[in-house]
Design a protein around this ligand. Structure first.
Ligand code: GLC
Length: 603
């Protein structure tokens, strides 16, 4: 083949690849990670010697309020000799990894990631590279990684292995934060790397069948640690060589900019998505606080709250890895098990709205009733609207979709009973059933022929029937705005500080014309009577002289005096017909005095 032909062929293959990625929905996915973005939901298992301590050592609770019980050896300064005696607290004849896999399966999770070696350095498999492993401390010998791998294979789940490559409190030269004080030598660290990390990863990827992912845990960039880029590249090359299909998470320690060949980005612990991203990503999360079993950890999130995290992540192209920390008898705390199974029950009925779906194009907080996932089948599109918030009159308004759906029904309704729908320009109104049968999070399905058109730079009507114009949904600003987030426990609301003449604009669609009132909320601490605000909407001009809003108190006797945000009625405006409107606010402060603008509300 001549060079020209081969070039054309390469270009064609590339175009086909791009098209196939586009039709799959989520672009920028390495082909080997396709199963991962498809599955969306996995189980994390933290199990190790620390599970035997249960978050308490010699009567003293873990020395850290984050309750991460797997850190007890380090936090409570336990010697290795004492730490290994924890093996005696386990009920080795009761611990059955298959039960964890069955729980994962019944909970709708598609992959399982276990702490093969956590920071304590103790291997949960029969490792030849280090004696500090479970087979040497159990009789008959156990190999938890092997047992889990077999159970995963039997039940059709993918296996992931967490491996702490950076922190290792067992090996003389492994990383231990205390070395920040005592000093360390990179050459020594390399001894640990070559004699423990490299051989152990080789074992894990050679002896346990296909491994879906290796989950590393260096949560800061390598340049801030003892680990070097060449070491990380050596490790990555080893994995790619042994199991080319095995995924690698971003906590390997290389930034995505310097090496985009990791397969997905791992967010911080219990950090959830805020914006849509095309590169695969995942949130590791706990049901309470701790990862390893901690018998004093009681603040469990509700099933609804956990489910909202799964759904919100899926609506932004992200995964959720939800953790169980089994105790020394292998059992999963009932509070955790109960919630997982509740979510599993929800997924049995509503899973179609999660598995194999991708983000839709409307911004996350545009509509206040919830979030959307989507799927295309045979050229048609299904939008899954997850209702976190239901209007009391049961009339759900969706702003931002120009096309009319051909069908609308609740996902838990086997008969797919068509719900009443009205479509007007970019507003779709669905009459929800008066009896909503789904108790956790109801899902409304809208089906479209082809791909629905949508519009983003628009303020949606919220479930109370009003419009909130705020710095977060602005379309135009004459100055660059920097939004001040909610602070002091939310007593100071999110706002923008304006101290020079500024014009702000929004766009919205009025689907029910009529007389509407206009309220404005701000804070102003000065004394001048000359600051003005002008509002232009629907051919009306409303003027307001800014007043001092004074202070308020957050909590008594806590030195908690804060600027007061007050709302003022500016008047009423008649919107005489349906259609798009523009709202403009001009802030006209004199003498550079500061006005803190929060929102304008039309209803
Ligand atoms: C942190 C902790 C670790 C835990 C992990 C889970 O990195 O050090 O104990 O395993 O988060 O994301």
């Amino acid at each position: 083949m001549n060079i020209f032909k081969s070039l054309v062929l390469r270009i064609l293959v590339f175009i086909l690849f791009v098209i196939s990625q586009k039709s799959a929905g989520q672009i920028n996915v390495n082909p080997r990670a396709q199963w991962f973005v498809n599955d969306r939901y996995g189980m994390f298992i933290h199990f190790g010697l620390y599970s035997g301590a249960e978050g308490v050592w010699k009567g003293e609770k873990l020395r850290n309020d984050n309750n991460y019980a797997e850190w007890i050896q380090y936090r409570n300064r336990i010697s290795k000799e004492e730490y290994v005696t924890l093996t005696n607290r386990f009920k080795w004849d009761e611990i059955d990894p298959e039960k964890w896999v069955i729980l994962a399966k019944n909970s709708g999770m598609k992959y399982v990631t276990i702490t093969a070696k956590h920071h304590d350095g103790f291997a949960l498999w029969d490792s030849k590279a280090s004696d500090y492993n479970i087979a040497n401390y159990t009789n008959p010998k156990r190999d938890i990684v092997k047992e889990l791998a077999e159970a995963c294979k039997k039940h059709g789940l993918k296996l992931g292995l967490y491996y702490s490559h950076w922190v290792d409190w067992d090996h003389k030269y492994g990383w231990d934060h205390t070395k920040e004080i005592s000093g360390f030598s990179p050459a020594d660290f390399d001894i640990y790397w070559q004699e423990k990390v490299i051989p152990q990863i080789t074992e894990l990827l050679t002896n346990y069948g296909p491994v879906g992912m290796i989950w590393f845990d260096m949560w800061i960039h390598h340049s801030q640690t003892v680990v070097t880029k060449p070491q990380l590249l050596q490790l990555k090359k080893l994995i790619r060589g042994l199991q080319p299909e095995c995924l690698i998470n971003s906590r390997l320690g290389l930034s995505l900019e310097e090496d985009s060949d990791v397969d997905f980005q791992e967010l911080g612990d219990n950090e959830f998505g805020r914006t849509k991203k095309d590169f695969p990503w995942q949130s590791p999360a706990t049901v309470a606080h701790s990862w390893g079993y901690n018998r004093l950890d009681f603040e469990y999130k509700s099933a609804t709250c956990l489910l909202q995290s799964l759904i919100t992540n899926a609506s932004l192209n992200g995964n959720l890895l939800l953790n169980i920390g089994p105790g020394p008898d292998g059992s999963v705390p009932s509070e955790i098990e109960k919630r997982l199974l509740e979510i599993g029950e929800w997924l049995r009925i509503n899973g179609e709205s999660i598995y194999g779906t991708t983000a839709f194009n409307l911004p996350k907080d545009m509509n206040d009733w919830g979030v959307i996932t989507h799927k295309s089948e045979e050229g048609n599109t299904m939008l899954y609207l997850h209702l976190f918030n239901i209007p009391s009159n049961r009339k759900l308004k969706i702003t931002g979709i120009n096309s009319a759906p051909v069908r609308a029904y609740m996902l838990d309704d086997k008969n797919k009973t068509q719900l009443p729908e009205l479509h007007d320009n970019i507003v779709t109104e669905i009459g929800l059933p008066s009896m909503i049968t789904e108790k956790l999070i109801p899902v409304l399905v809208l089906e479209y022929t082809g791909r629905p058109d949508y519009m983003t730079d628009i303020v949606a009507r919220n479930i109370e029937g009003g419009y909130s114009f705020n710095p977060g949904n602005i379309v135009f600003s004459s100055d660059q705005l920097s939004i001040v987030p909610r602070s002091r426990g939310g007593t100071i609301p999110s706002h923008v500080n304006l101290n020079s003449p500024t014009i702000l604009r929004w766009k919205f669609y009025v689907d029910s014309p009529g007389l509407k009132s206009i309220d404005l909320s701000y804070s102003y601490q000065g004394k001048s009577k000359d600051n003005r605000i002008k509002v232009k909407v629907a051919d009306n001009d409303l003027n307001h002289d800014i007043l001092n809003t004074g202070k308020t108190v957050g909590e008594p006797k806590s030195n908690w005096i804060i600027d007061n945000f007050r709302s003022f009625r500016l008047g009423s405006v008649n919107f005489d017909k349906k259609g798009f409107y523009e709202l403009e606010i001009s802030f006209l402060p004199v003498k550079n005095e500061e006005i803190k603008f929060q929102w304008l509300w039309i209803k």
